[in-house]
Every structure is written in C-alpha cells, then in structure tokens.
Design a protein. Structure first.
Length: 434
C-alpha cells in the first residue's frame, strides 16, 4: 500500500454553483448571496492546491431546474488568470453551436491557460434548449450524433490547421509565419461548410483535450473514435467494468492505444469523520428535497418525460425509448427502478445526489477504498468528483480522501507537468486531420 504504483489515478472536480445534490442550495452552509465567481475561485484554488488534474463545468443553454449558471468559457477564462496548473474543462454542445465558434473559443482558452483547456463535447439532452434556437422540436438522437461526429471533425481540423512551429516572427524579412504552416480546412459536409483557417494558433499542448460523456451505442462509438477522456455514470462496479472493457476494446479495434483514452466515472461522495457522521450529512440533504423538484429532476434525466400525472408512491411507468434525452441514462435509471422495485419517490430520492453516478457515503478511508477497488479492478482510470454541496463537500474530499490516496501512492503530491495532457498522461496530438 505504500509503494508508488506504475499507474496513478486521474481526479477532476465537477463543480456546480451550489453542489450536485438537488437540495444543495437549501443546505445551511450554502452561500446564496456571495459573488459566484469568488465562490468558484475559492474552490478551484483549493482543488489546485490538492493537485487535482482538472475542474469541470457542465452547461445547459436553457434555465434548468430554476438554477442560473455562468457560461463556462467565460468563467474558465477568468479562472485561467488566477491559476497556474489545474486543467480547465468546459462543456459546449454540438447541437446548438457552430464548429468555428467552439474551435476558436477553446483554442483561445488553451492559449490563455498555456495548454490547460479541455472541451466536453456533448449532444444536448435537454429538450427545452430547442426553443431558444428557433426550433419547436428538439433534434432527434440519431441526427444529434451524426452532427456531433462531423462537428468534431471540423473543430479538430481547424485546430490542426496550424503547425506547432508556425510562428517565425521575422521582422527583418517581414514574415510572421513559416510558409505553408497555416492551412485552410475547406470542409464541405452534410451539416457544415467551413473554409478556415482558424485565427488562433496551437497551444503548448497542441490543442484542447476532448472529453465526452455519452454511453449509448452511438455515444460509445463516437468516444472510441474521437475522445481523450470519457465521463460516464455507473452506480456499481460490474456495470463500470463492463463499460470499461467495451470502450477500451473499441479503441483498440480502430488502431488506437487503449491508454490514450481515460475513463473517469462520476463519483458522488459524502465524507465524514465517522460512518455515522457521513450518513447524518447525507440525511440532512435528503430531508431538504422538495417532491416537485425531485420529480422534475427524474423526468428530465429519464428522457424528458412529464411524470406529474403518475402516483409518486407508485412504480415507474413503462416509458418509450427517448428521442430527446440520454438513452444510456434512461436505461440506467429504468434498470435501477425495476431491479430494486423502487417507487417514483424512491427513485428520485436515489438520484437526488449522484444522479445515477457511483455513490459512496462514509469516512475518507472508505471512499479511498472504493476508488482504489474500481481503479485496480479495471472499472476506472480516475474519477470526476461530484461535491454534494459547496464549499463543505469539496473541502471534505480534498482534505480527507486526497491525502489518503496520496499516502497509498495512488495520487500525485505535486504536479509534474504544466499542461492538462501532461497531468492526464496523454501524448501531444499530431495533425491527423490537417
């Protein structure tokens, strides 16, 4: 347990304004009045002090569950100015954006942070977003993924249109760039026509790390072909191991090194000085869940269905396969309800914190034991930590669990590199799409 293993965990912090529990905003210690940037700044600096790989911000281009949220790229650019090492990952949907915009913004963040940016590529699963972009109906599942693959090709093609050594800055001869080192893309596809070149050069890590979170068949195929990191949701070890094996096999089958893709399941952990204290902390949050909020959360996460007409203390109804939402999450939650014979109320209580992700409630040693088991038994390369509430939930993890993992040699005690790719152990990308 004391020897440093060849492999070490990757750990990110998935930050939300109040925390991940749906009732986090009602927690007695949650600051509702403070400046939101200062709240995040404090948390990110604490995560950097603990040597975490990255912080991550999700996004929705609609008001979801009544909780306002800052636009991630703006927030991450501000955080880049007050941090030195930690990676900065933000979400941008391929459903309601244009590739040139996304390529330019993330390349800019990558330059500002000197190679610490990551793009979480998602297809929007929140149907109400459509109405903010001139659409009466949300884009269907198959079309979203077809668009996403071409979107990725355009974005990376733009990023790879620059050579690493393009700049020569030759004042005497009046030459800024080496001839031929900056190229047009001239992409013409089913969804996009983009000329290029991008007007932002490559960064210290080449281009931003690409993260994905889809676990459906289409999502897995896209991730295997394109992703550097995959965020995924699994409540138990067997399903996480099956997903890990499947995705690593897919990566190898198309000629990629399986180690070039890092699989990082979400981890919702409530940490206490004793098991009883941890359970009390969790019970406090559970008592604050409002039924209408829990029901709305479940309805959106199970595929954008309105469940208000059903008996809340009755079984989950048979639902059609979603065309608007996440099919993988619908399958996960349906299997959970059927497998444990849960009522609608019990199901939304079950996901009120972790939303279907791996959940551990206990001491720092208990949480570290579970993380080590998943890591060593090929269920995860690392974890995306989901704090129950801020600031206390993250502080408990950083001050308790991280030192325990460091004592076991499972996590770094200092940054060895300066880029997000360096933290994750990923190679600098070449110009495969140039």
């Amino acid at each position: 347990m004391t020897a440093t293993p060849k492999r070490q965990l990757s750990i990110g912090a998935f930050l939300m304004r109040h925390g991940h529990h749906v009732a986090a905003w009602r927690h007695p210690d949650t600051d509702l009045e403070g400046n939101v940037f200062q709240v995040f700044k404090r948390q990110v600096l604490a995560a950097e002090k603990a040597c975490l790989d990255a912080v991550f911000f999700a996004d929705s281009v609609a008001l979801t569950n009544g909780v306002p949220a800052l636009e991630p790229l703006t927030l991450l650019s501000a955080l880049a100015a007050v941090t030195e090492h930690i990676g900065l990952i933000g979400t941008a949907t391929t459903t309601y954006n244009e590739p040139y915009h996304v390529a330019r913004k993330f390349a800019s963040l990558d330059t500002i942070s000197q190679g610490r940016a990551g793009w979480n590529l998602v297809t929007s699963d929140n149907a109400i977003e459509a109405q903010n972009f001139g659409r009466e109906q949300h884009v269907g599942h198959a079309e979203r993924y077809g668009r996403a693959r071409e979107f990725y090709d355009v974005v990376t093609g733009l990023w790879n249109g620059w050579d690493d050594d393009a700049a020569v800055n030759d004042k005497a001869n009046g030459q800024l760039y080496r001839p031929g080192s900056v190229r047009r893309l001239d992409h013409h596809g089913e969804h996009f026509s983009v000329a290029g070149p991008l007007n932002v050069a490559r960064s210290a890590q080449g281009h931003p790390v690409v993260v994905q979170a889809g676990s459906s068949e289409a999502g897995r195929a896209l991730a295997a072909a394109t992703a550097d990191v995959v965020f995924t949701a699994h409540p138990a070890l067997p399903s996480a191991q099956a997903f890990y094996r499947d995705l690593k096999q897919r990566v190898a089958a198309i000629g990629r090194d399986p180690d070039s893709l890092k699989i990082m399941p979400g981890l919702f952990a409530v940490v206490g000085s004793s098991e009883a204290e941890a359970q009390d902390k969790f019970a406090l949050l559970q008592e604050l869940v409002q039924p209408e909020v829990g029901l709305a959360l479940l309805g959106r996460m199970i595929g954008n269905f309105d469940l208000s007409a059903y008996d809340i203390d009755g079984p989950l109804p048979e639902l059609p396969l979603t065309n608007d939402g996440q099919r993988s999450r619908q399958q996960l939650l349906t299997s959970l309800a059927q497998g444990e014979n849960l009522t609608i109320r019990q199901l939304y209580q079950r996901i009120a914190g972790g939303r279907g992700h791996f959940t551990v409630i206990g001491t720092a040693q208990t949480v570290a034991d579970q993380m080590q088991q998943w890591f060593e038994q090929e269920a995860a390369d690392g974890f995306n930590f989901m704090s129950p509430h801020l600031p206390g939930g993250l502080d408990d993890f950083l001050q308790g669990v991280v030192p325990e993992l460091q004592r076991r040699g499972l996590f770094r005690t200092a940054y060895a590199g300066s880029t997000l790719r360096g933290h994750l152990g990923l190679a600098k990308p070449g110009r495969a799409h140039a």
